[in-house]
Design a protein around this ligand. Structure first.
Ligand SMILES: Cc1ncc(COP(=O)(O)O)c(C=O)c1O
Length: 393
């Protein structure tokens, strides 16, 4: 069994491209070209130069000494929070903007939840001088106000999604609608390993730089390129896909995917997709999906806007059903406690999404000599309001 994509665009039984006919030419153009374009030496050169000089890569692999002492194991943090724009999302948007340019597109659309992907998209559009429209749920616009302001300063137009739960899935619906109406000049930069094939694979490849760096950084620090555990939060699953990518086929490396349990997995207010989800189709791909008996999507909930999605990328659906990755669901309260703990113990304010990954340390005992790499997917600046309200600071 492989945990990578097959030639038809499936991870096991999940993935594919379930799209309306009117979207077919756009998706097909991308499918036919993405691997070819990514393999071009000039593309690789430009991508790597921007990751280095613009994003600030490699991101450090930081040994968290005080946290390690507390939890009696060796904890390394992969510092994606130190990237330009504050999260891993920029790795993917740099890749996709270069792809869009090579495909001759000059109008960019995107969806965003936490606003990190929207900011990362607005940033690369400013960098390349391209028009940028970002769809965002009305609720997320309210709870991620600083990121909305950033997008506007960067020259993007932020359009609210007013239907459904008015969060990420609804923003995605709006973006798909836009793409159908603008097939020729527009590229849709999807922000996670979701959507129709080839998006999950393309985004995973752009994020794979994360595990590529973990390998050589760990070799330098520990004399081995293999961690014992890699822990990452999963919204759609792109930071996890990047952190897992080069370890997918190596079972010595245990993978832990962390979902948002919200107010409790069975509270009715949760985004624990793997546990609660059943096979279904969302945004063009067959995956695990929170849904009612008759197939209507259940509204997700999480305190973190970036994890508030009713589905999960097909790679992760496959990692879950095959048992390759362990899935752990973390409540709002536990994530917030772990986020504050990182502030106090290491002087790092994490994004609330990343705090979910950190909370695994409270829930699972790791052997004292194990190397545990936690993906610190983003910084907490955008979440200050939520932290302040939660802890009455
Ligand atoms: C900091 C951060 N981490 C994680 C996520 C979740 O996305 P993904 O699962 O694609 O990494 C987001 C999404 O906005 C984010 O902003």
């Amino acid at each position: 069994m492989t945990y990578n994509i097959d030639e038809k665009g499936y991870y096991g039984e999940f993935g594919g491209a379930f799209i309306p006919e009117m979207l077919y030419p756009n998706v097909e153009e991308l499918r036919q070209n993405y691997l070819k374009v990514m393999a071009e030496p000039e593309f690789q050169e430009e991508f790597n130069a921007l990751l280095k000089d613009y994003v600030g890569r490699p991101s450090p692999l930081y040994f968290a000494k005080r946290l390690s002492e507390k939890y009696h194991t060796k904890i390394y943090l992969k510092r994606e929070d130190l990237n330009h724009t504050g999260a891993h999302k920029i790795n993917n948007t740099i890749g996709q903007i270069l792809m869009a340019k090579r495909l001759g597109k000059h109008r960019i659309i995107a969806e965003t939840g936490a606003g990190q992907h929207g900011v990362a998209t607005a940033t690369v559009c400013a960098l390349m001088g391209l028009e940028c429209i970002v769809y965002m749920g009305e609720i997320d616009i309210a709870r991620q106000a600083p990121n909305v302001a950033r997008m506007k300063m960067l020259g993007a137009k932020v359009l609210p999604a007013l239907s459904g739960s008015r969060t990420l899935k609804d923003a995605t619906n709006e973006a798909i609608r836009d793409w159908i109406n603008n097939p020729v000049d527009t590229h849709y930069i999807i922000g996670s390993v979701v959507g129709p094939h080839p998006y999950p694979d393309m985004v995973a490849r752009f994020q794979a730089i994360v595990s590529e760096e973990i390998q050589w950084q760990l070799k330098e620090k520990e004399g081995t390129s293999k961690p014992d555990y890699v822990v990452a939060c999963v919204g759609g699953g792109s930071n996890a896909a990047g952190a897992f990518y080069h370890f997918l086929e190596d079972k010595d490396v245990k993978l832990i995917a962390v979902e948002a349990a919200g107010k409790g997995v069975h509270s009715g207010e949760s985004a624990a997709t793997s546990v609660l989800g059943k096979e279904g189709i969302i945004h063009g791909s067959k995956t695990l999906l929170m849904q009612t008996q008759d197939g209507q999507i259940t509204e997700p909930y999480s305190i973190s806007a970036g994890l508030d999605y009713p589905g999960v990328g097909p790679m992760h659906a496959h990692l879950y059903t095959s048992g390759r990755a362990e899935f752990i669901a973390i409540t709002d309260d536990d994530a917030m406690t772990s986020g504050l703990e990182l502030c106090k113990m290491e002087g790092i304010i994490p994004a609330i999404e990343s705090s979910h990954a950190l909370a695994v340390l409270q829930h699972k005992k790791f052997p004292p000599d194990a190397i545990v790499v936690v993906s610190l997917s983003g910084r907490g600046d955008k979440d200050l309001e939520t932290y302040i309200k939660h802890f009455k600071l």
